[in-house]
Design a protein around this ligand. Sequence first.
Ligand SMILES: Cc1cc2nc3c(=O)[nH]c(=O)nc-3n(C[C@H](O)[C@H](O)[C@H](O)COP(=O)(O)O)c2cc1C
Length: 236
Amino acid sequence: MVKDFTEEEKKGFYKAIYSRRDVRSHFISKSIEDDILSKILHAAHHAPSVGFSQPWNFILIKNIETKNKIKKSFEEEKKRSSQLIEDPKKSKYISFKLEGILESPVNICVTYDPTKFGPFVIGRSSIPEAGLYSVCCAIQNLWLSARTEGIGLGWVSILSNKILKETLELPEHVIPVGYLCLGYVNEFVDKPDLQTAGWLSRLDLKDVVYFEKWENKENENWKNIQELIKKNLNYA
Ligand SMILES: Cc1cc2nc3c(=O)[nH]c(=O)nc-3n(C[C@H](O)[C@H](O)[C@H](O)COP(=O)(O)O)c2cc1C
């Protein structure tokens, strides 16, 4: 039987959660050791999945030609998406560094295969998206494990899935879910880059927690937790 976490272990867990960052601009050239990368991939593979379907695959990429193709797709998609907004937001968006494809030593494309152990997967017949959610759980494990190992990770979603599929030779039914850039960093900043840049801030927890029904923020039966939630505590 696995024992409960000690106080020290709990601290480590919350430290990983609170100090995880999406990293785009702090990568250093040091390569990731194979045993560390293996640990991170094992952590990802131990995520929960609907019906234990483990519908993920991890494509490890370091080939420069592949990276260049993905970077080109990023540039095109960033340009395209910038047309959706007006100045001053547009110029701000264009100025943001939103990927580290070439600077990071390892890129990983995490994919979703809906056919794995299918077509009947326990728990997926009513909510088909549960398969995709499972892949996101794997990505979060991967992200936190990387942080624990001192490795930064940046998720790039400003990409064409069509180009990704062609470049990585994915079968038609396999869906790319996350394109991740991993590498050691010179620092983990304490706030999200988009917050520092004045784009958006973290919402107060009290504004995203409802009691019993949608938008119900006050409830006599939840008084104590309501007070704690208002404090925006940091458990790291
Ligand atoms: C599904 C997903 C897609 C994302 N895509 C991008 C992206 O294309 N470029 C980028 O710079 N950051 C991307 N991010 C990172 C978010 O901007 C970042 O998580 C958020 O600003 C909060 O910052 P933090 O992760 O450092 O806490 C993505 C995050 C998620 C979860």
